[in-house]
Design a binder for this molecule. Structure first.
Ligand SMILES: C[S@@+](CC[C@H](N)C(=O)[O-])C[C@H]1O[C@@H](n2cnc3c(N)ncnc32)[C@H](O)[C@@H]1O
Length: 281
């Protein structure tokens, strides 16, 4: 389990917090293998160390506990984190779907909560297909695809130099150098090298991904599929559908939305969704 919701942490904190503090005690955290990342409400600012140490005692596999110190910010979508207990190490060693990934927390975007999505797409990839992984971060999508499909190869494009550096390490670590090409660069510039080249393209860049739909339409083969991610108000798929159809029309493409699905909760009122877009021409 990557997103762990458990009453154990909250109960373990009961005797060390006042009644008022206890009302704010967290009970969920994300697991990045050897590192746990937890959001601590500001009311418990002075109890961070205590909460971190309690979590370390409860879960022996964690060596480090970090607190979340910001939202995902900037073009690299990086979230600041701070070590609050355990080893002062921010390089997580994380496993999913038969792969191991090194992730420098606080330097790159990475979400363990998208592991089901990565495996779902891997299972849809057919033998010998070529897959575009736009916005590829430390390469979780291409590496999971390489390990869990018979694709010919993936081409991964990422702007953040630190993410690219770890992507190189992760591709080596998982012995898929010959099937994953890594490009450090901007999708806006790199896409021109790949006209009608990909059978599938994954586009995990919520909030601004629609600005790159035109580039994805340029790169996809006829009858290829684009996996497009966005954040929406719960259940409200209409605006994104319109963006997809408008951009397809401008690009001279015929599209059919094969699937629209919730991927995960984003906030109390918003959710992350995925659109599987079949491009027929
Ligand atoms: C939401 S993250 C997804 C990262 C990775 N695919 C994952 O799921 O862990 C989006 C990534 O896109 C990268 N990015 C943003 N704009 C980009 C651009 N124009 N070209 C290439 N990469 C970009 C960011 O640095 C970030 O790593």
């Amino acid at each position: 389990m990557n997103f762990v919701e458990s009453n154990n942490l909250k109960s373990a904190l009961k005797s060390s917090l006042t009644k008022t503090e206890f009302a704010f005690a967290p009970k969920a955290f994300d697991s990045f293998g050897n590192i746990a990342v937890i959001e601590i409400p500001k009311e418990l600012d002075k109890k961070k160390k205590l909460i971190g140490e309690t979590l370390l005692k409860l879960n022996k596999r964690f060596e480090t506990v970090c607190s979340i110190e910001s939202d995902h910010e900037g073009k690299f979508r990086v979230q600041k984190v701070k070590v609050i207990a355990g080893k002062k190490n921010l390089i997580a060693t994380y496993k999913e779907s038969g792969v191991t990934l090194k992730v420098p927390l606080g330097e790159v975007f990475f979400s363990p909560r998208l592991s089901n999505e990565r495996l779902r797409i891997a299972k849809e990839i057919k033998d010998n297909e070529i897959v575009g992984c736009f916005f590829s971060g430390v390469a979780p999508y291409p590496v999971v695809f390489a390990k869990n499909s018979k694709m010919k190869k993936a081409v991964a494009i990422e702007l953040n130099p630190s993410a690219h550096k770890f992507a190189i390490e992760n591709v080596k670590l998982n012995k898929c150098v010959d099937r994953v090409d890594l490009i450090k660069g901007d999708v806006k510039r790199q896409y021109k090298k790949f006209p009608a080249y990909f059978d599938r393209i994954a586009m995990p860049l919520p909030h601004t991904g629609y600005q790159f739909l035109k580039e994805a339409f340029f790169c996809i083969k006829p009858n290829g599929i684009i996996y497009f991610y966005e954040i929406v108000q719960k259940g409200d798929f209409d605006l994104v559908k319109k963006q997809i159809f408008d951009c397809a029309k401008e690009s001279g493409k015929e599209v059919k939305i094969l699937r629209m699905n919730r991927v995960r909760q984003f906030s109390p009122t918003k959710e992350q969704v995925v659109f599987d877009i079949l491009v027929t021409n």
